[in-house]
Design a protein around this ligand. Structure first.
Ligand code: ADP
Ligand code: MG
Length: 303
């Protein structure tokens, strides 16, 4: 188990993380969520032992993870970290980059392993391409493959799919997280994308103003968003008399007290997101079809 015990950290004067604690069981997938600048990347770097803490301790099983003051080489050997800005070796091929840290002692096994990793990140067609010729998204996939090449016990991923386009993202995400679960690799992901979290994380923590403001399963937090920040991570929502109501929890009815005037219908594929005016406040709800501007409609909350 990974145990983070009362850690505090600051770069300069202000604490980026202030007395934070959480645990991650072996094989579990945890997401770190928070607005830009909330300290997600800093927390991952700290878990990797990049900085010395101002306070607190971190343990993996019974080993303490220590910062540069106590270690010549940053990063315990059982852990891999893929940074937001990944660095690869540009002048050698994708396959060579992925195999860079694998032993040459058993060349056939090494080639098989590289092939397996190319499958996971869906880069088989680029095995022999030089990395400098790849797009940002392709490079990110090489960095992911290289990080799991030696099967770490813990994998830290910082915005792992941020450079990868929608055509590839869905299947890559499924393939990578399935692989990590099969191999029982503990995974901690910093992300701003709810699709990384909802289907693939066992637990999520939310960072805000240097604290963890929520730590629970994605399902629990989606169903019981205790504040607007949490709700806004998941979906479009409304504040109706102090209650957080997602746009998909409001539906059109024949008659109700909740009357609003339609302003805009946004096409979303299988539904429309309708923006309307409710007593001078903007509200959003989902509807099967477009609704004409200025139509007065009645709404009901379904929970
Ligand atoms: P996130 O990944 O959630 O966007 P970061 O961990 O990158 O947030 O940054 C958290 C805060 O720490 C920000 O205010 C950022 O400006 C600051 N920060 C990040 N890296 C450094 C650094 N190397 N030196 C000083 N301040 C930093
Ligand atoms: Mg970041």
């Amino acid at each position: 188990m990974l145990q983070v015990k009362n850690i505090s950290f600051k770069y300069k004067t202000q604490f980026v993380l202030n007395n934070i604690s959480f645990k991650v069981k072996a094989g579990e997938h945890l997401s770190i969520i928070g607005e830009s600048g909330s300290g997600k990347s800093t927390l991952l770097k700290i878990l990797y032992g990049t900085y010395d803490l101002n306070k607190g301790q971190i343990f993996w099983k019974d080993q303490e993870i220590l910062g540069p003051k106590y270690n010549l080489i940053i990063g315990p050997e059982y852990m891999k970290y893929v940074a937001q800005e990944f660095d690869l070796m540009p002048f050698i091929s994708v396959a060579e980059n992925i195999g860079a840290f694998l032993s040459n002692f058993y060349p056939e096994e090494k080639q098989e392993r590289i092939k397996e990793l190319l499958d996971v990140v869906e880069l088989n067609d680029f095995a022999n391409t030089k990395v400098k010729l790849l797009s940002g998204g392709q490079k990110q996939r090489v960095a992911l493959a290289r990080a799991i090449a030696k099967q770490p016990e813990i994998l830290l991923l910082d915005e792992p799919f941020s450079h990868i386009d929608n055509f590839k993202k869905q299947s890559l995400r499924r393939s990578l997280f399935k692989y990590l679960k099969e191999k029982n690799i503990t995974c901690i992901v910093a992300t701003h994308d709810k699709d990384d979290v909802l289907s693939f994380s066992d637990t999520m923590i939310i960072l805000h103003e240097a604290k963890i403001i929520a730590n629970n399963s994605p399902k629990h937090l989606y169903k019981n968003p205790k504040n607007k920040l949490i709700a806004s991570f998941f979906d479009e929502f409304n504040d109706i008399n102090g209650d957080i109501i997602y746009a998909n929890q409001l539906q059109l009815v024949e008659k109700s007290k909740l009357k609003a005037t339609v302003k805009v219908s946004y096409y979303k594929g299988y539904y429309y997101l309708i923006e309307a005016d409710l007593n001078g406040e903007k509200i959003f709800f989902e509807n099967q079809s477009e609704i004409k501007k200025d139509t007065v409609i009645s709404l009901e909350i379904i929970k």
